[in-house]
Design a protein around this ligand. Structure first.
Ligand SMILES: [Fe+2]
Ligand SMILES: [Zn+2]
Length: 407
């Protein structure tokens, strides 16, 4: 870091995501096991001595410039410290500890309560911090795509929250009324959601060109796919800003991979097993936006599961798929049968609609597969595209939630 934090005004802290409460310490004592036992608002809470020493809030151990605990772990472990004593302030606002080397520090009632090591405590913190809870789509004709205007999203916290919350839930959102020019950089500056760079450049234009370096830069139909399945860190979110639209064709086709994968698991568990275990190679061996040559490659199962075994990502792109197959002839035959069934379900679950000039179609690139109908190339059809990350999107939502709660 270059010390820029000293110039940034700190508006809030990690704890700002948690509710404000009236809290009072009633007692504090050191137990025989070296823990601190406190009673706050009639609730008994215990904290290991090691924990309080590790997260000491004194000016030597905590930097108020970078809002981080900066105590060296090596020094801490070398000193082999434990707590010598704990006292409570008369007003019940904080406790003070002294360690075996006479280092001392304070913790407020609020700090301790916000970090209570109980199921209710960790559930409250995780619910406030970890906001990603996608919901599978309903049947295609019941699927409703949420929308907000460009100015609502870029200028109001309510618009921003509607945008991100629905993008998390459905993996798809449409921003309408976008200015008639390239806006990727401007959108980043206004919202703090900066484009993610890769070998396609920071943003790109999708239109029919005489010698396309990607099949999308044509007027042909595109099968349902995700972008950049050949990257180990595939872009999380894609934005396609429609600047001009062909009068004939060019409709967007979108399908929730989670819904299709859950149906595959239900109807053809053996195919689900193949697509969640067999690794498929993807590659991109081309130069797009600069004069450099690239050879990008990755392999992954088609359907990626999370730690609970639920389908969450779909590394599927027939155009970028490599013919280097890592398996036997029998496995390839099984793979084709499984893929055929999965593609059938993706199509069954898909919705089709037209984007008009001024629309930005925003979607979870790894979850909601996208495709398009062919179009009449006598009409201009021009889209501006770029990618964003969930990390920055989640951060923006947390900031927005804090700002809204403070007002
Ligand atoms: Fe694409
Ligand atoms: Zn300290």
């Amino acid at each position: 870091m270059n010390g820029i934090s000293s110039k940034v005004k700190v508006e809030f802290y990690e704890d700002s995501l948690l509710p404000k409460r009236q809290l009072k310490l009633q007692s504090a004592e050191l137990t025989n096991q070296g823990r601190v036992l406190v009673v706050i608002n009639d609730e008994k809470l215990q904290f290991p001595g090691e924990y309080l020493l590790r997260f000491c809030e004194c000016a030597k151990c905590f930097s108020s410039a970078c809002l981080s605990h900066i105590r060296s772990l090596s020094d801490l472990y070398k000193a082999d410290l434990s707590l010598k004593s704990v006292t409570m302030s008369e007003d019940g606002k904080y406790i003070e500890y002294v360690a075996t080397n006479d280092h001392s520090g304070r913790f407020t009632a609020e700090w301790l309560y916000n970090r209570r090591m109980t199921q209710q405590g960790w559930e409250e913190r995780n619910a406030a911090v970890f906001l990603h809870k996608p919901c599978s789509w309903p049947v295609a004709d019941k699927m409703h795509v949420e929308k907000a205007t460009y100015s609502e999203v870029t200028e109001t916290e309510m618009g921003m929250q509607k945008f991100i919350n629905n993008l998390i839930k459905d993996g798809l959102f449409i921003i309408t009324g976008t200015p008639d020019r390239r806006v990727a950089d401007e959108f980043g500056e206004k919202t703090g959601l900066a484009p993610i760079m890769n070998h396609y450049g920071p943003n790109w234009i999708v239109e029919n060109v005489p010698v396309p370096t990607n099949h999308a830069y044509s007027s042909y139909a595109l099968d349902l796919h995700i972008d950049q399945a050949f990257l180990m860190h595939c872009p999380n979110i894609q934005l396609l800003h429609c600047m001009t639209q062909s009068e004939v064709g060019g409709e967007s086709i979108m399908s929730d991979g989670i819904r299709a994968a859950n149906l595959l698991k239900e109807r053809h568990p053996e195919y689900f097993h193949i697509l969640t275990t067999l690794e498929i190679n993807q590659k991109d061996v081309i130069s797009h936006y600069n004069q450099q040559q690239y050879y990008v490659a990755n392999r992954s199962p088609t359907i990626v599961l999370n730690k609970d075994g639920d389908p969450v990502k779909f590394m599927f792109n027939s155009v970028a798929q490599s013919s280097f197959f890592s398996g036997s002839p029998e496995q390839y035959e099984e793979y084709e049968r499984a893929t055929k069934a999965f593609v059938g379900l993706l199509n069954e679950c898909s919705i089709t609609f037209r984007n008009e000039p001024g629309d930005i179609m925003v979607f979870d690139n790894e979850r909601v597969l996208h495709g398009r109908a062919s179009y009449d190339k006598r009409y201009e059809r021009k889209l501006e595209g770029w990618y964003l990350s969930w990390d920055m999107m989640h951060s923006r939502l947390r900031v927005s939630n804090i700002k809204t709660a403070q007002n």
